[in-house]
Structure formats: structure tokens, C-alpha cells
Design a protein. Structure first.
Length: 337
């Protein structure tokens, strides 16, 4: 006899049977059939294995031969685990709102806003949703050929994650540069006919930056604070991203987050590992860098659009950020306009 999930005993042949059915039905996405099997064989003891129907709005925002970008919005109204889901593509999932528990074999990954969940193909998983914080994600799923190319280039990155058969999924914190790239990607995909080459370029740059986040430690947040802090900091980030060209004060951000300025500053730094000003400045600098490389606007105009009213202040801030003046940065990264 064998102990499974701390709740019931099963013979080894039954375990083998369930493993086979688990994978077969997961690949087919048939949660109803899985629940029927559970009920027929062990109606009282196997409730822990039952699946809840996934209720979500999933929209394809962009599709090419290399990858597909989808928008996922959870509509679940009950807490609990989803049905068995089969990961058939290498994917990068950016959690932009809410939180959920991602369970793959014995690993449980706490996913919440502004984290990246990276999944390798060929495995089953389940997701536990917290309906009070319904999750929303931007998911990039890659073709098998493109995934092979990613493995060739970044196989040794993230401590060899892509080539480690014992690790199937990885959770990483975002950074100001990756969040700015997500911001650009979302804006790009709101256009009626987004330029394919530009979209591919943004995603490729995002991959490059993500695979250099391995030195970041994931902050630990209690369940109690997760319910209040995460939505608050999420609102403040959205406010910064929507108003980065304007003057932003600590009082404004604290007000958006419904916290005192002192408490907001402390919580923001704990979650993002940056002060609110550092986060804003990084976002502005990445925006300015992008415009310097891709447009013919004057340095002063770019500084203005990035939130700097004084050209000298912009030049000083940019040099501190990049190590060179805006004009020199443009010269060495010059593109045809």
C-alpha cells in the first residue's frame, strides 16, 4: 500500500492506471472524463484529484511562425485546483495581475503580478486559483523550432535550466527593463495590423533580458499581505507606466495604492527591490533609449517625452544610467529612420 497526497491509500497498479489516464486526458484537455474516472473508482477518497472547469477568457493577440501571444483572464469564481493541463509548448508567462499557485509534480510555484513563469514543454501541471485576486497573464508560446534555437543560445543561462531535465518550470522576478518591454509589446499589439518584424524584435529582446534575471532573489510575501499589498503595488506600477512622462509624487503613488507614503515606499521596495523613484527613472530611461535608437526626434524632444523638462537634467540622468550622453548613445546605436 502507498500513501498518496496524505489522504488515501492506493495499490501500485491503481497508481499506474491513474498516471496513464492523467497524462492521456491532460493532453486531450478532458477534465470531465478525469472527474468521472475519479468518481467511479474512489467516490469518497479521490475528491482531492478532481478538477474544476477552467473558466477563462483567452484571446490570441498575435501569431507568427515563431511564436503566439495570448491574453489570459481568469473567470473562475471558486477557489481550487484547475483540471490537468498539458504543456505542449515552451512558454513565457507574464503575470500582470492577481496570483495563483502553479503545481508541477512536487513543485509549487507562487505566481503573482510582475513575475515571469517559464515553462518547458512535455509536462502536465495544475493551477490553484484565488478568486479574490483573479489572475491575468500575457503568455508567449513558442514553436518547437524556435525553442530549439533558444536552447542553443541560452542553454547555460539560468543555471542550465533549459537543459536540466529535473526542472520543468522556473519563476523569475521582472525588472524595469522587462516591464518596459512588456509595456511596448502590449502597445504594439493594440495596433490593428502590428508590424511583424518589430513585434519579433521586442519578443527577442525580452527573451534576452529574461535570461539574465537569474541573480534576482524572489521575495517572500505572506498570504495575508499578498491579498492587500500585491493589488496596491500593481496599481502604483500601472500608474507609473501610464504617466511616466508627467511629474509623479510619492503622495500620488501612495494615494493610488491607498497607503501612507512611508508604508507605500517600504512595501514597494520590498516587492520590486527598487524605490519608486528608481523604478520611474529606469522606466523613463528605457523609453528614452528606445526613442534614441528608433526615431529621428531631437534629444530635447525625447527628454521631454520621457518626463524631463530640463535638457541638462535629462542628459545628466541619461549619462548616469547608460554611461554616455544621449547623443553619443544615438551615434553608436544609429538606425535608419
Amino acid at each position: 500500500m502507498t500513501w498518496i497526497d496524505g489522504n488515501f491509500f492506493l495499490n501500485l497498479d491503481i497508481i499506474f492506471f491513474y498516471m496513464q489516464e492523467y497524462i492521456r486526458l491532460a493532453q486531450a484537455g478532458d477534465t470531465k472524463a478525469w472527474n468521472t474516472i475519479c468518481q467511479a473508482h474512489y467516490p469518497d477518497d479521490l475528491s482531492i484529484l478532481k478538477c474544476t472547469e477552467m473558466d477563462a477568457t483567452i484571446r490570441t493577440l498575435y501569431k507568427s511562425d515563431l511564436f503566439e501571444v495570448t491574453d489570459f483572464v481568469c473567470r473562475c469564481t471558486e477557489c481550487g485546483y484547475s483540471g490537468v493541463e498539458y504543456q505542449n509548448k515552451f512558454s513565457i508567462c507574464y503575470v500582470r495581475r492577481g496570483s495563483f499557485l502553479f503545481k508541477i509534480f512536487s513543485d509549487e510555484l507562487e505566481c503573482f503580478n510582475n513575475r515571469f513563469l517559464i515553462n518547458k514543454p512535455g509536462f502536465t501541471h495544475r493551477v490553484k486559483h484565488y478568486h479574490s485576486l483573479a489572475d491575468e497573464c500575457l503568455i508567449i508560446g513558442f514553436s518547437s523550432g524556435f525553442y530549439d534555437g533558444i536552447r542553443d543560445v541560452y542553454g547555460s543561462s539560468l543555471n542550465g535550466f533549459l537543459n536540466n531535465e529535473r526542472i520543468h518550470s522556473l519563476l523569475l522576478n521582472s525588472s524595469p527593463v522587462t516591464e518596459y518591454l512588456i509595456f511596448r509589446l502590449k502597445n504594439q499589439l493594440t495596433v490593428k495590423d502590428p508590424d511583424g518584424l518589430e513585434t519579433d524584435g521586442i519578443v527577442l529582446e525580452l527573451i534576452e533580458k529574461i535570461f539574465h534575471l537569474y541573480d534576482q532573489k524572489t521575495p517572500t510575501i505572506s498570504e495575508k499581505h499578498k491579498q492587500s499589498w500585491l493589488p496596491a503595488i500593481e496599481k502604483s506600477r500601472e500608474y507609473i507606466q501610464e504617466n511616466f512622462a508627467e511629474e509623479i509624487t510619492m503622495e500620488q503613488l501612495a494615494g493610488v495604492s491607498h497607503m501612507s507614503p512611508f508604508h507605500f515606499n517600504r512595501v514597494f521596495k520590498q516587492i520590486t527591490r527598487l524605490s519608486p523613484y528608481q523604478y520611474l527613472l529606469n522606466f523613463r530611461m528605457h523609453h528614452a533609449s528606445h526613442l534614441l535608437k528608433t526615431t529621428g526626434e531631437t534629444v530635447s524632444a525625447i527628454g521631454w517625452s520621457a518626463g524631463f523638462n530640463n535638457p541638462d537634467h535629462f542628459s545628466y540622468a541619461f549619462k548616469s544610467f547608460s554611461g554616455c550622453s544621449p547623443q553619443h548613445f544615438r551615434n553608436i546605436n544609429k538606425q535608419e529612420f
